[in-house]
Ligand binder design. Sequence first.
Ligand code: ADP
Ligand code: MG
Length: 466
Amino acid sequence: MEKKSLNSKTIFVSEEENTINWNEVQNHFQKTFGHEVYSSWLKNISLLKEYNDYLILGVPTRFFRDWIVSRYLDKILKDVKSFKLSLNRIEFKILDDNKIITDEKFKDTYADPGKISAIKDSILNYNRLNPLLNFENFVEGSSNKIALSSSKRVCEQLSRYNPLYIYGGVGLGKTHLLNAIGLKLQEKNNVMFISAERFMYHFIKSIKKNDMVNFKDFFRRSSVFIIDDIQFIRGKEGLQEEFFHTFNSLIEKSSQIIISADRSPTKLDRVQERIKSRLSGGLIVDIDTPDLELKSKIIKNKLNDISNQFKENYNISEDVINFLANQSKTNIRELLGILNRVIAFSKIHKKTLNISDCKNILKDVFNQTRVITVDKIQNTVSNFFNLSLNEMLSQRRSRPLARPRQIAMYLAKKMTTRSLPEIGRRFANRDHTTVIHAVKTITKLSEKDEEIKNNVNQIKAILLED
Ligand code: ADP
Ligand code: MG
């Protein structure tokens, strides 16, 4: 056998997925966060070190880090993930005092990865509870009063209501409550917190790896099982089957189960009857849309938090608070987004804001955050090409179907913040490499093919119009 030369060693490159190009990421940040937030915050973040599953980012000060972690961490993680799929967390290093964050809470949630098996490790990374979503900062109002008190009661007396099923529309605090329950119970219990989508991801991965034994064992071991957004199982037979068995074995050993969904159990179409009946077997509570009082209270609470945490005061008048509270009718997440934006503006311009300032700032926000979803893109594209949605998502490869499908994937990547694997899943469970291929193909074609270019632009215009 030929002896390897020294040189061959030096050209050996690891086959890690990819290396991040920080400039590209920064450009992306500018787009997703908008110029103001970008130039006052994100621009100052540097990439210090890259690992396969996490990044160490450098920030100038502790204040800076806290601000970013409390406001933008989720979005930052999502953005960097779109560049490197294997990333699942971020650590910050404060360049001032040279210390990496070691909040106790963060340390807990990222338990020593060396000591756990591969499957547990990968699940753990998504099983992390967010220490910022707790009962203390969940504001009570008439729309969430019952959901809140039931959540607290579950923590005091396990398996009294089993399962606890919390449902309500987008951005109303379901994940926050589930997370708060998890935090409360994790000291004394083996808590599993996972979204139904992640549950499926691990399910499929385990099937592929022929590792179902580990999968079953892992999920059935928890004494508190919290699963978010269960509506995700609609129409997915294999997943429902697995969920049903997991559910039963957990109940059998009196583990507490807590579930959230965007609708009541009876309205879960394309879900097996036996599962619906299991889901309805405990306590069902809903979260309603917030009234003005709750929204104002949440705003005041947030302002309070900020002034306590960062020793900064924003003198926002009652009028302005009411104005802001009225801007988002049905979504607390959106409301907080609006508030952040206004605060950032007031900080940058060192100015106490009045209503007309807010109107100006928000004009911009609404243009930027127009909600374009993968669903909406799929519907618009299939309408545009006169196809049914089924045809467009089907496995058929003829060009009249494949091109629109690729255009839809391309737009989903360009116009939403969904990651490649998520987009793949939304297109009848295709692999993320298919999405990458589609994005490349359409990017190339729209440079040289006038018709495709026009089609893409027209569809974009339709999406941005309504
Ligand atoms: P859902 O899971 O129902 O879509 P989330 O739990 O993600 O909604 O809530 C959206 C955002 O609104 C989160 O930042 C959450 O902390 C915040 N939020 C929702 N309800 C409340 C509340 N009652 N008090 C404080 N923050 C809330
Ligand atoms: Mg949620």
